[in-house]
Design a protein around this ligand. Structure first.
Ligand SMILES: [Zn+2]
Length: 201
């Protein structure tokens, strides 16, 4: 039994990415609730940053809250997973309209290169997701160095943390899949398998 922390990216007035009427925060929440259920069914303890759209504490408050729990061992988290969906679009300078980069797609886990445990967690999840017929981008993993920026979630929290970009809403096929209940089940089962593979290392 492990103590796990999950986070549905964005929420409340922060919708995250929006594409063709779909808000990232809603997809993130659906996946996080399904992942929480999957992990609890496997006997793990799960704390989560938001269970509904509102209210969602701002990102830095979430990080501070998690660190306070962790330091006081209430509980000490084994890991943190933050779930997100992605977009890739380019602004057409003539029309001002954002056009999707249709060929950009796939799942990847973002982690800090400074943390060996975060690397192991990202590897274990990417391996299980890739083995379940879910398309990977960047071979399923990207460091924040490759990403070219720091992420509060990964750099400001104490336990090993990864941020999962589950797919691109700007790829029509991937958006359709992300909204599909069977795909969601496959995805969260694979993520839970990856978490357990990491915990059993
Ligand atoms: Zn996001």
């Amino acid at each position: 039994m492990a103590n796990l922390c999950t986070d549905a990216g964005h929420g409340g007035s922060d919708s995250g990415a929006v594409w063709e009427g779909t808000e990232e925060k809603s997809l993130n929440l659906q996946y996080t609730l399904a992942l929480n259920e999957e992990l609890r069914n496997r006997g793990h303890k799960v704390l989560t940053t938001r269970k509904s759209d509102n209210p969602a504490p701002p990102l830095m408050d979430r990080c501070r809250l998690i660190n306070a729990h962790h330091k006081n061992k209430a509980p000490e988290f084994d890991l943190i997973i933050s779930l997100h969906c992605n977009v890739a679009a380019k602004r057409n300078e003539a029309t001002g309209i954002y056009e999707p980069l249709e060929n950009v797609k796939g799942f990847y886990a973002i982690y800090s290169a400074a943390s060996q445990r975060a690397f192991q967690l990202a590897s274990a999840i990417a391996q299980k997701v890739g083995a379940n017929d879910i398309e990977l981008r960047h071979n399923g993993m990207l460091t924040t160095i490759q990403l070219g920026r720091t992420l509060a979630w990964i750099h400001r929290t104490l336990p090993p943390a990864v941020l999962l970009e589950m797919g691109f809403m700007t790829n029509a096929q991937e958006l359709k899949r992300l909204k599909d209940a069977a795909y969601r089940k496959t995805m969260v089962t694979a993520i839970a398998d990856g978490i357990e593979a990491y915990l059993n290392q």
